[in-house]
Design a protein around this ligand. Structure first.
Ligand code: AMP
Length: 286
């Protein structure tokens, strides 16, 4: 496994891999690798001859400087994990390599969907996400890029950017990996106190309630949203940020559930030490 810092060095290696007849799987991360990241890397490993993991804590996607400051970083541990998983190339650039000063890199617009939910709570977040993902794709070149459903709104916006700009990237969606109590794995979970961690399962419980209602034929998304808000509202250390049901194909709020509607429930909650998000595809009525 090789650790690469320079953008040109990475492109040289991915070009060589493609010229030799191979294919490239890219897993973009912000480091502090956990089981969720591992599942993306394992899938890329199975599907491509060259696996690239990028590690970059992107300052442009943090609305809150304190959140950026507190974001966990452990490059040595991340490199060990990548080595163990059979990664070929780790790209861990400096901010100057990622965003060269004095250069106007493309700044794809997330549009109205980028201003809702995560975009509303974290202004500028998706502008930052799309600018770094666009740059990652430009440097890597033709590849398949692996993203987690955990960040469903991000996945939606990245897919749309790739479609709109006809980028040579196949976006691969990977299921959310969870702890035994249902809590979605996240680098932010490390920040939770013991009590917070115990109560953090409320996000998955809320999503489970919404899924249960959809399964028994509830068609009004407001009933699902109210149930999710109640579950999180009843958790002493959690403060609800949003609960919503969206049409999975447009990420617009949906006003009716039922056959033919692909719906997804979303929740975000603030704990004293970290803000957590989660989502779940809603099942059709049985
Ligand atoms: P991050 O390092 O948080 O930016 O995440 C890097 C990638 O890993 C993103 O595509 C995330 O959606 C994905 N990811 C994060 N947590 C999970 C999880 N629990 N299960 C699956 N994918 C995840």
């Amino acid at each position: 496994m090789d650790l690469i810092r320079g953008a040109g060095d990475l492109r040289g290696r991915t070009d060589a891999a493609r010229e030799a007849g191979g294919s490239v799987g890219l897993v973009p991360t912000m480091g502090a690798l956990h089981g969720g990241h591992r599942s993306l890397i394992e899938r890329a490993r199975r599907e491509h001859s060259t696996v690239v993991v990028s590690i970059f804590v992107n300052p442009r996607q943090f609305a809150d400087p304190a959140d950026l400051e507190a974001y966990p970083r452990d490059e040595r541990r991340d490199l060990e994990a990548c080595e163990e998983l059979g990664v070929d190339l780790v790209w861990a650039p400096s901010t100057e390599q990622m965003f060269p000063p004095g250069v106007d890199l493309p700044a794809p617009s997330p549009g109205p969907v980028g201003r809702r939910y995560e975009g509303e709570s974290r202004p500028g977040h998706f502008e930052g996400v799309l600018s770094v993902v666009h740059r990652l794709f430009a440097v890597t070149g033709r590849c398949a890029a692996y993203f987690g459903e955990k960040d469903a709104q991000q996945l939606f916006l990245v897919r749309r950017m790739v479609e709109l700009e006809d980028l040579p990237v196949e976006v691969v969606a990977c299921p959310t990996i969870r702890e035994p109590d249902g809590l979605a794995m996240s680098s932010r979970n490390e920040r939770l106190s013991g009590d917070e961690r115990e109560q953090a399962g409320c996000l998955f419980l809320a999503l489970g309630e919404a899924a249960g209602l959809a399964r028994v034929g509830e068609r009004d998304p407001r009933v699902l949203v109210a149930a999710m808000a109640r579950e999180i509202g009843a958790t002493p250390l959690a403060r609800l940020d949003y609960a919503a049901v969206v049409d999975d194909r447009t990420f617009e709020p949906t006003d009716r559930l039922g056959p033919g509607v692909a719906a997804r429930a979303l929740v975000a909650a603030r704990f004293p030490s970290a803000r957590l998000i989660d989502n779940l595809r809603l099942p059709p009525p049985t």
